[in-house]
Design a protein around this ligand. Structure first.
Ligand SMILES: [Zn+2]
Ligand SMILES: [Zn+2]
Ligand SMILES: [Zn+2]
Ligand SMILES: [Zn+2]
Length: 302
């Protein structure tokens, strides 16, 4: 619990910080938003704040100067060749295309950094290995024939079909309406159990993948732990990273699992139409959509 003295000290410090900020701050030349002292751009509208300085390299420039004598770029920014957005950044803030003279070269250099090369290679092999033991491939659409429950189910089906035939002889010749289904839950349970068993068998592989993913994530994080000589250098670096390295995110995948085939003849859920006596009456595949979350490497849409 925070005591009153600490609370007061905290309040004083907060007030001091706020006061200092007000003293140091100015107004954006473009939109009037409050800016902190020394800010090169406005946080609100991104307008360049350092009058008389090139927006790409901070070198001093005269009013109306067409090109910066230091970096060779127009000191007040230039239009992105790809999307037409006016940019005061090395990379277009709209489409991330290279804008300044050295942006493309910077990006190429960035991509050849040993850490970046290593990360990209690891992402590729991880992708390939993940595809090799994808959880979706562990799903079986058909239960094996040698399980006890299947013969039990077949006995039930036989009996039910005989009942149905007897009933049909008594009633009209039209196709009987589905009466009840007892196969659904059984089939589904077994299908789920099999899927779980399959996943359990692949657990060591999946765990190894998970560990490699975690290592990759910390490598990408380590690459970003650095300070820069200027704001523009930092922006250049992080945009290069964003367009080069795909991100690892948790995504939801929906996997349809076929439980069985429900016939119109008796409304039974068979493993397949081949197990039904009168498939000509039609039927429907019974599908269970299971949702799973997994970590996947995805490229950001910027
Ligand atoms: Zn910030
Ligand atoms: Zn502004
Ligand atoms: Zn310049
Ligand atoms: Zn653009």
């Amino acid at each position: 619990m925070v005591n009153q003295q600490q609370q007061n000290n905290f309040q004083v410090k907060q007030n001091q910080a706020a006061e200092q900020e007000t003293q140091n701050s100015g107004k954006c030349r473009h939109c009037g938003h409050t800016t902190i002292a020394g800010a090169d751009i406005c946080e609100s509208c991104s307008a360049w704040q350092l009058e008389g300085q090139c927006c790409f390299c901070y070198a001093a420039v005269k009013p109306g100067q067409k090109f910066c004598g230091t970096c060779g770029n127009p000191p007040e920014g230039m239009v992105c060749k790809q999307c037409g957005t006016h940019s005061i950044f090395d990379f277009c803030p709209q489409c991330t295309n290279t804008v300044s003279r050295d942006a493309a070269g910077y990006l190429e250099q960035f991509k050849t950094m040993p850490e970046v090369v290593e990360i990209l290679q690891q992402i590729n092999t991880l992708n390939a290995d993940t595809a090799g033991i994808s959880p979706s491939q562990t799903k079986k659409t058909e239960p094996p024939a040698d399980t006890a429950w299947l013969s039990e189910l077949e006995k039930y089906e036989e009996r039910f079909q005989q009942d149905g035939k007897a009933e049909q002889k008594v009633g009209q010749e039209s196709a009987p309406q589905p009466k009840f289904t007892f196969g659904t839950a059984k089939n589904k349970d077994v299908s789920e159990a099999l899927s779980l068993a399959d996943q359990a068998a692949k657990l060591p592989d999946l765990m190894a993948l998970e560990q490699r993913r975690a290592e990759l994530e910390s490598k990408i994080a380590a690459l970003q732990k650095r300070a820069f000589s200027s704001n523009q250098e930092a922006r250049k670096f992080y945009t290069s990273l964003r367009v080069t390295i795909p991100q690892i995110r948790t995504v939801e995948t929906v996997t349809p699992v076929v439980v069985g085939w429900q016939c119109n003849f008796a409304g039974l859920v068979h493993p397949r139409p081949e197990n039904c006596e009168r498939p000509y009456l039609g039927g429907v595949w019974v599908t269970d959509f299971s949702t799973s979350t997994e970590k996947k490497i995805v490229y950001d849409e910027i």
